[in-house]
Design a protein around this ligand. Structure first.
Ligand code: ARG
Length: 580
């Protein structure tokens, strides 16, 4: 799995860059030694397929006008077996139009590569992704849902690039809320409701108990006493606390199963309890913490941030303390290269603060907070309370039932069971894609019309595109028994065929960019553009009815489009049913 992919570099322009580089060195000798020319896909196809813009940047060092530099490079190009024709535009852009033969060769190499061109940039190094991380006894809110979907896509992307990913669900399973909950539970919990809707019941109990703390000081004291008893290890309170965790996890796991999300670790905040005192002691020992109004804080003036409180005036530790202890523990146990945290935007300051504290402690792990904006959901069934608390299972149920209605209409002859399995793949895929197709940092308004649109940028649209290619290839196999499209020479004569080929070639680089920038949306955009190109190709040109050599070449191109769609959607955690 971790064999290094040598067939296709992650940037499809690299072989062209090598070609230009040789010419550059031939033309400029010594002066060219320290510069590596870069070739990137063209932003506009009318400028050719690829371009090199480096002549502009070189003008100063070479003391020549950029156009002269570009001209000399192009004149020195080795024309034997040239991969492209080059021409110069504007102040000194070198535009490259690749030859069909070169394109076909690159595509064939990609097709033959077991990793489909994905470079092994991880080389087995470890990345911890801290995602989902809902709070016990509370329903997942929209922030946790997005964290689950985005975090899982990052998990898949990094694994595909050769990293060892540890997916860690950092559950909120400790804190002052448990005193309120335990005291409230003994007074208010209803066994029937607890059986039917455990998390909602725990939440109701919590809310009721919390409300009473505000008007009944004795109740507040009793809640505090329960918390202290829990912290001191009282067996009854510990048992109740475990019960809350079990009930919550059972529900969370049902959702994870539906979303096809799995974790390597479920280390909640409580896991680090016995490391908090030592963490604070370390901060004191290093002279990083000082007293402030009874609390212990780490000043972050140099970083331009408010102090990070690591011990409250009542002696309790808080969220940041746990997170610092967690980093230390993860470093010691896993030596990760990087830890990525996925939460909503409201926690940005918290992460910046404790990252800064960790750096003061000498942590070398690259710590990264991937934050996302909120997603507004449709009003109605999902909002149990103001705004962003939703019942995710209700959202998924509705997605599946809407998908089922569409399938019943489009494939009335399909057996019921198959329709339902398909509805699951399409419904869940629609919800995931609606999230992943947006830049995480943008706010999204979710609508069913857009999520399920068969003619727009949606999960179902891409799933349909994939299934349609599969059925076309079945017809090809029938029409042409014994033909193996994988062996057909790629002819790539039409511009749209070239564009398809170029888009396919960009797949590995896109996966790398999506992972490195923690933006699965870059991959979603790529897949959508690919399927749009495919559909204009399919509408304008015959495939099965074309002359045999062209037919076979086109069938091969179709298999490659299908492969990118399947693998790419797979990296987004979206299923690709073979039949729709
Ligand atoms: N439980 C937290 C919340 O619901 C999210 C935890 C994120 N991870 C972390 N290491 N802080 O807001």
């Amino acid at each position: 799995m971790t064999s290094i992919s040598t067939v296709t570099p992650a940037n499809a322009g690299e072989p062209l860059a090598a070609w230009l580089q040789a010419a550059f060195e031939k033309a400029f000798g010594e002066a060219a030694q320290d510069t590596r020319l870069r070739v990137l896909p063209s932003t506009d196809p009318s400028f050719g397929d690829f371009q090199c813009n480096d002549a502009m940047g070189l003008a100063k060092t070479l003391r020549l006008p950029p156009r002269t530099i570009a001209t000399r490079i192009v004149e020195a190009l080795d024309t034997a077996d040239a991969p492209a024709t080059a021409n110069i535009a504007g102040p000194g852009f070198i535009n490259l139009a690749v030859t069909p033969g070169w394109l076909a060769g690159q595509l064939a190499a990609l097709a033959d590569d077991a990793r489909f061109g994905l470079p092994d940039i991880g080389g087995g190094r470890t990345i911890i992704i801290d995602y989902s991380s809902p709070n016990v006894a509370k329903p997942m809110h929209i922030g946790h849902i997005r964290s689950t979907i985005i975090g899982n896509a990052l998990d898949r992307l990094y694994q595909a690039l050769g990293f060892k990913v540890i997916a860690d669900n950092h559950l909120g399973d400790w804190g002052t809320q448990f005193g309120i909950l335990i005291n409230g539970f003994r007074a208010y919990a209803d066994p029937g409701r607890l059986r039917d809707a455990p998390i909602e019941e725990l939440e109701r109990v919590y809310r009721e108990s919390y409300a009473r703390t505000e008007k009944d000081p004795e109740w507040l004291d009793a809640c505090r006493a329960e918390l202290v008893r829990l912290q001191q290890g009282d067996p009854d309170n510990l048992a109740l606390w475990r019960q809350f965790i079990d009930l919550s996890l059972r529900e969370f796991n049902r959702i994870y199963e539906r979303l096809d999300v799995t974790f390597d670790l479920y280390r909640g905040e409580s896991y680090y309890n016995d490391q908090l005192a030592a963490t604070v002691a370390l901060l004191e020992e290093r002279g990083l913490a000082r007293e402030s109004e009874g609390a212990l804080v780490v000043p972050l003036d140099d970083e331009g941030m408010p102090v990070c409180i690591v011990r409250k005036s009542d002696g309790g530790y808080n969220y940041a303390t746990t997170d610092i202890a967690t980093v230390l523990s993860r470093e010691a146990e896993f030596q990760p290269d990087r830890i990525i945290y996925v939460t909503d935007e409201r926690q940005q300051l918290h992460f910046r603060q404790f990252f800064a504290v960790c750096r003061k402690l000498g942590c070398t792990t690259r710590l990264e907070h991937v934050w996302f904006g909120l997603m507004r959901l449709p009003e109605g069934t999902f909002s149990t309370r103001q705004g962003n608390v939703i019942r995710l299972d209700a959202l998924l149920d509705e997605a599946e039932s809407r998908a089922l209605a569409i399938i019943r209409e489009s494939s009335p002859g399909m057996p019921e069971e198959q329709q339902q399995a398909l509805a699951r793949d399409i419904g869940i895929g629609a919800v995931k894609y609606a999230d992943l197709s947006h830049d995480p940092q943008n706010m999204i308004v979710f609508t069913w019309d857009r999520a399920l649109a068969l003619d727009g940028n949606s999960g179902p649209y891409l799933q349909y595109a994939y299934a349609r290619i599969r059925s076309l290839l079945d017809k090809y196999a029938e029409a042409c028994p014994g033909c193996d499209p994988a062996k057909a020479p790629l002819l790539l004569q039409e511009p749209v065929e070239r564009q398809l080929a170029l888009q396919i070639m960009q797949y590995p680089a896109t996966v790398v960019r999506a992972a490195e920038n923690c933006k699965p949306s870059l991959l979603a955009d790529h897949l959508y553009a690919l399927s749009q190109l495919y559909s204009s190709f399919y509408q304008r040109f015959p495939i099965l009815k074309a002359d045999p050599a062209i037919r076979d070449s086109r069938a091969r191109l179709c298999t490659l489009v299908a492969r990118v769609l399947r693998e790419g959607l797979g990296l987004l955690g979206i299923a690709t049913p073979e039949r729709i």
